[in-house]
Design a binder for this molecule. Structure first.
Ligand SMILES: [Zn+2]
Length: 518
């Protein structure tokens, strides 16, 4: 009998120390014992890398299926049924093949032998159990987590600075949190950078002297995790260096509603919030993560708040103030329109090069001329009496609803992903499910963007003299405001013409935010 050997190794779990050689030898022994031949090219080996690797495919498996249909072999030897497939549907195909074409399937542990009734039954049960396990696990996890939040219990998982995982206060860390809030809560309080410097043990005129000096939180967390792993006899993970605190980590602390005692819930299905990622990814705002009851009141946690609700909101206010719209944690820009104004021909954002804006090949424009023109239009818009009409309607219930729906769709993707990782669905199904869910998410997010576009701009738009506020605002704030009101497209300037031609800079007003003319 001609046999094929199917081997699969996963590299992601340390418990999966089953070397490929051991699998191979065990399978070869079976072949020898049964007197089967295994040709050189009848070894099919897949490597599943990380469970989070979304591109995970099983090319060798697919090739084996094709080769079997082509009649290259009549038996399959594998280490364990789990390695061959955990999809009931795929298993049924192999069972059919066993019944119709006499395919023999044996596993090294000898438990699944499709040539016997008992072996088939065992295989079916095993696949069904695998399927059920994955279903229950993901449902259980998200249900338990949102349940915990509704009951105001401390969320499981990564503990924030100042709290143990069970929600108990860790005094010396809590001290730091309280000081951070205290120093930041006043409108003229210290800067986030100064707080980060103080926590890192630096001194200076602008740095508060009473801040406790702490190792970076992610370092503390990894040390704790390693201590647990050591007691469990697991391999230790790399501990991050003790670097200075970053502004973005401090910002994360100032934004975390748990410190005011608000129960929050951010589903696991969202990309993890990385406090050190300057771009942050698409993450749910802390404020939106505050869990609300049917009256839209925040649900209170059972843990001890470290700051008063007033202090927390005062901090949010300061963080949202227009003069702070510098978006320190985002990519700082040096020019008014780089990455913001578009090339009118290719629609790509322009880049600033010395004194010019340019795109990949269509336009080169004087920055000064363009900026002057755009600022003139926006200042004019700000000076109109009907500015308040341009204020976004802050439809909080709808935004909450959108967040909810986005979460549902992200959950679908996540579930499909884990089904795929567990080999319960095919790559094709995963793609289809993901594409559909991403379509919904895209629509929802664009609606949310419209609803929340003016967030943080209200004090701008409500100012007595918005033009003056605009003139004094820093570059990032001006960029945000420009982007809120208008879209700017640059076209080539006629050759040899010195005088600026306004027709070559198209400024269009955004829907519902008034019209611009100069
Ligand atoms: Zn272009």
């Amino acid at each position: 009998m001609r046999a094929a050997v199917y081997l699969r190794i996963s590299l992601d779990r340390e418990m999966d120390g089953l070397a490929i050689d051991r699998q191979r030898e065990a399978c070869q022994k079976i072949a020898r014992d049964r007197g089967w031949t295994v040709d050189e090219d009848r070894y099919y080996v897949d490597q599943s890398k990380s469970a989070t690797d979304k591109t995970k495919k099983r090319p060798a498996y697919d090739r084996m299926v094709t080769d079997f249909k082509a009649g290259y072999f009549d038996a399959i030897i594998c280490w364990d049924l789990d390695r061959l497939t955990r999809q009931p549907r795929q298993l049924e195909d192999w069972i059919d093949a066993a019944e119709d074409r006499g395919l023999q399937l044996v596993t090294a542990n000898g438990e699944a032998d499709l040539s016997t009734d008992g072996g088939r039954m065992y295989a079916r049960i095993k696949a069904a159990v695998a399927r059920g396990e994955v279903d229950r696990k993901s449902a259980r996890q998200s249900a338990a987590q949102s349940q915990r939040a509704k009951q105001g219990r401390a969320p499981k998982g990564v503990r924030p600075l100042g709290y143990a995982i069970n929600g108990d206060v860790i005094e010396h860390e809590a001290e730091a949190v309280k000081k951070i809030y205290k120093h930041f809560a006043t409108p003229d309080g210290v800067s986030i950078a100064a707080l980060a410097a103080g926590l890192s043990g630096k001194a200076g005129d602008h740095i508060p002297k009473d801040l406790p000096v702490l190792p970076k939180h992610n370092r503390t967390l990894m040390l704790e995790r390693n201590a647990r792993r050591e007691t469990e006899g697991l391999a230790l993970r790399e501990v991050p260096d003790d670097r200075p605190w970053t502004s973005s980590t401090v910002l994360g602390i100032l934004r975390n509603p748990r410190y005011a005692g608000y129960s929050s819930y951010t589903p696991k299905t969202l990309p993890p919030a990385d406090p050190d990622d300057p771009n942050g990814g698409k993450r749910r705002s802390w404020r939106a993560s505050i869990l609300r009851d049917e009256n839209n009141d925040p649900v209170k946690g059972l843990w001890e708040p470290l700051v008063s609700e007033e202090t927390w909101w005062a901090v949010q206010e300061r963080l949202d103030a227009p003069e702070r719209l510098t978006n320190r944690v985002g990519t700082a820009r040096k020019h008014l329109g780089s990455g913001l104004f578009l090339c009118g021909i290719c629609e790509m954002p322009v880049k600033a090069h010395s004194a010019r804006y340019r795109c990949a090949g269509h336009i080169v424009r004087s920055r000064e001329q363009v900026d002057e023109w755009v600022v003139r239009i926006v200042r004019d818009r700000l000076s109109r009496p009907n500015l308040q009409d341009a204020m976004p309607v802050n439809d909080i219930p709808r935004v909450a609803e959108i967040d909810e729906q986005v979460t549902v769709h992200q959950g679908k993707i996540k579930r499909a992903q884990s089904d795929y990782d567990a080999e319960l669905i095919e790559a094709f199904d995963l793609q289809r499910i993901r594409k559909r869910a991403l379509g919904f998410i895209g629509d929802l997010e664009s609606e949310r963007r419209t609803l929340t576009a003016g967030e943080g701009l209200s004090s701008f738009l409500e100012a007595k003299d918005p033009v003056a506020v605009f003139d004094q605002a820093d570059l990032m704030a001006q960029r945000r405001l420009i982007n809120y009101f208008v879209e700017v497209r640059l076209y080539p300037h006629p050759r040899g013409q010195k005088k600026f031609d306004p027709a070559t800079v198209k400024v269009t007003s955004r829907k519902g935010r008034g019209t611009v003319t100069v």
